[in-house]
Ligand binder design. Structure first.
Ligand code: ADP
Length: 188
């Protein structure tokens, strides 16, 4: 299974991404984790990306597309993967489409974890990560609304979008995700 997982910051995407990759045995491709690792290792890409991350802005498309393009060719991606945090712009989605078309490996589904914005702000303010300062949180929510939310229409038009209600207990939400993924995983 090849899945894209989309959701605003604070939706609980990280928690559910972990569960999805374990249950369905998928490679977990989190661009946030990759960029933080690159930053902590003080690579050139990581240090350049840090400027954007620490202010809540998106890293430039060409940087992240190059990282993901290389990652998708690694052997652990062959049985399937969950893309977590990528694509985040229409340009990234188009670049992904091109890569996957070239490889003959189309996406199976796009999951949206939907949570209202006032609830997101409450959750993020209580979390305490370095990029969780109120002003940075606001900027990340703005980046989601302006740059990432348009992807929902893009994938809806492609017939790939499944929206999951992200309010409820972790168990309840994961059950909703299963309802979407089980038929796909059984069919493949
Ligand atoms: P969030 O908690 O907002 O879901 P992530 O951990 O996914 O955040 O990403 C943290 C930061 O890394 C983002 O705010 C952004 O600066 C950068 N980033 C991650 N993925 C991408 C991407 N696909 N395109 C551009 N920037 C990205």
């Amino acid at each position: 299974m090849r899945i894209v997982f989309i959701g605003p910051p604070g939706a609980g995407k990280g928690t559910h991404a972990e569960r999805i990759v374990q249950s369905y045995r998928l490679a977990h491709l989190s661009t946030g984790d990759m960029l933080r690792a690159a930053r902590d290792a003080r690579t050139e890409v990581g240090l350049a990306a840090d400027k954007y991350m620490s202010s809540g802005q998106l890293v430039p498309d060409d940087v992240i597309v190059a990282i993901i393009g290389a990652r998708l060719l690694e052997p652990d991606c062959r049985p399937g993967y969950l893309l977590d945090g990528f694509p985040r712009t229409i340009a990234q989605a188009e670049a992904l489409d091109q890569m996957l078309t070239r490889q003959g490996t189309p996406l199976d589904t796009v999951l949206e974890l939907a949570v209202p914005e006032d609830e997101l702000f409450k959750r993020l303010a209580g979390r305490g990560r370095a990029d969780d300062k109120p002003e940075v949180i606001r900027q990340r929510l703005v980046a989601y609304r302006n740059q990432t939310a348009p992807l929902l229409d893009y994938y809806r038009k492609a017939g790939l979008l499944s929206s999951i209600d992200g309010l409820g207990t972790v168990e309840e939400i994961f059950q909703r995700i299963r309802t979407v993924l089980d038929p796909i995983s059984l069919g493949s």
